[in-house]
Ligand binder design. Structure first.
Ligand SMILES: Cc1ncc(COP(=O)(O)O)c(C=O)c1O
Length: 438
């Protein structure tokens, strides 16, 4: 039994009552949906999650880096209620005042060179749309150049195009006709020798050009990259991105950043790419943009965004008025509560505490990565089974972390998290590490 400022655990976990619900779901849902911690969510407010048995957890996950402004945010709920009172819930692609208001707000919130915004529902749709725009540009503006580069280990979603851009080979086995013109480059993992040194990107790309006999100016239409590699919140060396940028500019290649996890303040900047000195041509957002409502965005310059003709780029739920009202309230909340700044400041505390853990367990923890309020504790690879146990034990002690399926524990709390909850959460992680290793 646990009762602290931020946690209450009053039942066994998992509990018989929960298991009944899981079993019923398992019967009627594909197993691909499953694999999360055994909790039946009852309600969630700010950085606290409550189950149906009266247990209260600290959320170090924002579900999956979604609830940046906190769960069940009051401003969002108020604005949803206003819209439901009208009442208005759906408009297909017809115009609404909510859509105009949101897009104007988005325009004033994001860098001015990104002049057009395409609204969708899921992150995978956003990266698919970016792929389509890159290909449109190559085909119609650049004499048919067609190759899209992305990176090993990166993740862009579960639809065909997004999964082909992704760099996880084990997840691509189902694809019978792979697009040979979507090619992954090696990711500059810090454990690769020389990855942060000058010339690493150029060496990597030149090797590819040579092996496939490619001319970058004639053949390569775009590059898609996650702002940091998800499972380990691994950022690229700055030098690597500077060389990538130079290479793309020189060869007229579009750069698309997948900001689906990193965007909307998570890393202590509005977008993760802002940690590199770069201006991407296309920016894909999701997760934090909609605070839990399915909303994703593609941002870009008019020259690129207007390539598809009228009716060639839309979706039934594009610019749904509810999504727009929630997206709008999300921006207003980030501004009003200065959440980007908060992510940066609280992120300092989070990383300080995590690095203290690393210093205490040097034979167990290999790296701490991340920026702002996203971080990963990377354990030595051979300890992976223990890492799963640590995550499970955190959970039964009232702390929800992000499961990665790798040798990492990932942390991404709502940007509203309190200092006491950060410290308490890290103490839970430490206790789980110490229980599993001593
Ligand atoms: C970096 C990144 N890109 C794309 C996606 C796909 O988004 P969605 O699950 O909303 O389709 C995700 C989701 O986890 C992601 O983290």
């Amino acid at each position: 039994m646990i009762k602290t400022k931020n946690r209450i655990i009053r039942t066994a976990i998992p509990n018989k009552k929960s298991i009944k619900i899981f079993n019923k779901l398992k019967k009627i849902e594909p197993r691909g949906m499953h694999g999360q911690f055994p909790i039946v969510w009852k309600k969630a407010k700010d950085f606290s999650v409550y189950d149906h048995l009266g247990n209260k957890f600290i959320d170090f996950s924002s579900t999956m880096l979604v609830t940046n402004i906190g769960h069940s945010n009051t401003r969002v709920i108020t604005d949803i209620k206003k819209l439901l009172k009208k009442p208005l819930m759906h408009t297909y692609n017809y115009a609404s005042e909510e859509r105009l208001q949101y897009l104007n707000n988005l325009k004033s919130f994001t860098p001015s060179y990104l002049t057009k915004f395409f609204l969708l529902s899921s992150g995978s749709e956003a990266t698919e749309a970016a792929l389509k725009l890159i290909r449109y540009n190559g085909k119609f503006n650049k004499n048919g150049k067609n190759i899209v580069l992305s990176f090993d280990g990166n993740w862009h979603g579960r639809t065909l195009g997004s999964e082909m851009m992704g760099g996880k080979e084990n997840l691509k086995k189902w694809i019978t006709s792979r697009d040979k013109n979507i090619i992954q480059l090696p990711f500059p993992y810090p454990w690769y020798q020389g990855s942060s040194k000058k010339g690493f990107f150029i060496k990597t790309v030149n090797k590819l050009l040579k092996s496939k006999n490619l001319n970058p100016k004639k053949d390569i239409s775009g590059v898609m990259l996650e702002s940091f590699q998800g499972w380990g919140t691994i950022f690229y060396p700055k030098q690597f991105i500077a060389e990538l940028n130079q290479f793309c500019k020189k060869n007229d290649i579009l750069i698309a950043f997948d900001e689906i996890q990193a965007g909307f303040g998570r890393t202590g900047k509005l977008f993760g790419y802002m940690h590199y000195d770069i201006k991407p041509d296309i920016v894909c957002c999701g997760k934090g943009a909609g605070s839990g409502y399915p909303l994703s965005l593609v941002l870009g310059h008019k020259k690129i965004m207007d390539l598809p003709k009228e009716g060639e780029m839309s979706s039934t739920h594009s610019a749904n008025p509810l999504a727009c009202a929630i997206g709008n309230a999300t921006i207003n909340e980030i501004r009003k509560k200065k959440l980007i700044n908060n992510a940066s400041k609280k992120g300092e505390l989070l990383h300080y505490e995590l690095n203290k853990l690393k210093d205490k367990y040097p034979d167990i923890i290999r790296y701490i990565f991340g920026k702002g309020l996203v971080a990963s504790i990377i354990f030595y690879k051979h300890l992976i089974s223990k890492v799963n146990k640590i995550g499970d034990e955190c959970f039964t002690n009232g702390l929800i972390v992000v499961k990665t399926g790798r040798e990492s524990i990932k942390i991404g709390p709502p940007l509203t998290i309190s200092v006491s909850a950060i410290k308490e959460g890290i103490a839970v992680i430490e206790k789980s590490i110490s229980n599993n290793f001593h």
